[in-house]
Design a protein around this ligand. Structure first.
Ligand SMILES: Cc1cc2nc3c(=O)[nH]c(=O)nc-3n(C[C@H](O)[C@H](O)[C@H](O)COP(=O)(O)O)c2cc1C
Length: 402
């Protein structure tokens, strides 16, 4: 089966006809709009309570099976602000139930283990007319990495008179080209908190500590408050110092963060980013770092840099003294940015360690993982939810054909 998920704002027939022409087979077309494709909430129920099944009840939920039952999946996506737009990002985030929470180490980086034996080939279609060459390359590398981590062969699909596909090869993220700039000292910063979690957000916890030490020098705004977006987007040009603090979701930003970014207009001022992620190695976040660098120039703002911290998974579950120990260096980096007007390079380097696992450390980590390691953490949570027996469920498995 070939399933086309049409995630575009304008869902015309042209591109679909081109897909049909190219593959020459009947298509299962699923059109999703904002209401039928909600953002992942990071609740982890699909891992810990109903293994393999997302608990959000929307159009996407009705069509999860189509994804796993297809041998080819085509995603028709829009771009916005130089990246795939929030709907495309929401779709990617919502594929997480098809993988286990459990982790394996592959080429020095963590990956979630596969829940199914086979995954569909992924064909990504997006227009590049409104992108710079660099932005296009960032998207291509992002999608190639995503397909690779999803155990799918990834392709770019080009519509047009002669539709074609080009195989995507996983590549390293784009190199950093813009130096971190020094901006005004002791300024007032607006911090956008980008976790979609309704409770137990690591980002919220970290930012509570930041707000406690910086007082009214910072104003933390929770991007879950979507009713505030028009007011905040309107105020953006007047706000000289803005920091986005967010968790990493499938190698990029959670989709609601992208949605908010889409509404921002270019304006003078400064911008900085802080990405925290679950896996210990910061290499996970470098694709997004490359995008943020370009976004700053798209928004006409001076780029004060991106701090990256891995290994934040489970912060909320740790005893208070351990939480404080983990949060301290993140808080120190933001304090320095606010008080001195720049990220300190030694802070950035220390936060980013390890970039990925190498040499002897890689071997040791691999052995630890094999013996249970961090995966015990997931098993305990599954047991707590009475879901351990269901941990290997494959709710969307294709029925065996004789
Ligand atoms: C849908 C989803 C995708 C994620 N993708 C990644 C990822 O690609 N790499 C990573 O290191 N962590 C990933 N994480 C883990 C989060 O970044 C990590 O748990 C983070 O600390 C959550 O912060 P929060 O509680 O503030 O939302 C993902 C989590 C979710 C729910």
């Amino acid at each position: 089966m070939i399933t086309v998920y049409d995630l575009r704002k304008v869902q015309d027939d042209e591109a679909i006809k081109d897909v049909q022409t190219h593959f020459g087979a009947p298509l299962n077309v699923v059109a999703l709009d904002d209401a039928s494709l909600q953002a992942c909430k990071g609740c982890w129920d699909c891992w810990l309570k109903t293994p393999g099944r997302c608990v959000i009840e929307d159009g996407m939920a009705e069509h999860y099976g189509d994804y796993m039952k297809s041998d080819k999946v085509v995603l028709l996506m829009d771009t916005a602000q130089g990246f795939i737009d929030h709907k495309a990002k929401a779709f990617i985030d919502r594929t997480i139930p098809h993988y286990h929470p459990h982790i394996a180490l592959v080429k020095g980086e963590c990956r979630h283990k596969e829940r199914y034996e086979n995954y569909p080939d992924l064909f990504f279609h997006f227009e590049s007319a409104r992108l710079t060459e660099q932005e296009e390359e960032i998207i291509v590398r992002y999608l190639a990495r995503t397909a690779d981590h999803f155990r799918s062969d990834g392709y770019r699909f080009f519509a047009g008179e002669e539709p074609k596909t080009v195989k995507l090869k996983p590549k390293k993220p784009m190199r950093r080209t813009t130096p971190f700039e020094n901006v005004e000292k002791d300024a007032r910063w607006v911090i956008y908190m980008g976790s979609p979690r309704l409770s137990r957000s690591n980002s919220a916890l970290i930012l509570d500590h930041v707000a406690e030490s910086l007082g009214d020098r910072v104003e933390v705004r929770d991007l879950k408050k979507t009713d505030q977006w028009p007011t905040w987007a309107k105020a953006f040009p007047k706000e000289k110092h803005v920091l986005f603090f967010l968790p990493l979701y499938v190698h990029a930003m959670p989709s609601h963060v992208m949605h908010f970014i889409e509404g921002l207009e270019p304006s003078e001022g400064n911008i900085a980013f802080f990405i925290q992620s679950g896996f210990p190695e910061s290499a996970q976040s470098h694709y997004l770092e490359g995008y943020f660098e370009r976004l700053s120039s798209r928004l006409g703002r001076r780029y004060a840099g991106t701090a990256i911290k891995g290994g934040v998974e489970g912060l909320q579950y740790r005893p208070q003294d351990q939480q404080e120990k983990m949060i301290a260096p993140m808080r120190a980096a933001i304090e320095h940015l606010v008080k001195e007007g720049h990220y300190r390079q030694d802070h950035i380097k220390a936060l980013a360690r390890p970039v990925r696992f190498r040499g002897v450390v890689r071997l040791i980590v691999k052995r630890v993982f094999k013996r249970g390691g961090v995966n015990n953490f997931w098993d305990q949570l599954l047991q707590k939810n009475d879901a351990y027996e269901k941990r290997d469920d494959r709710p969307y498995e294709q029925a065996a054909t004789d």
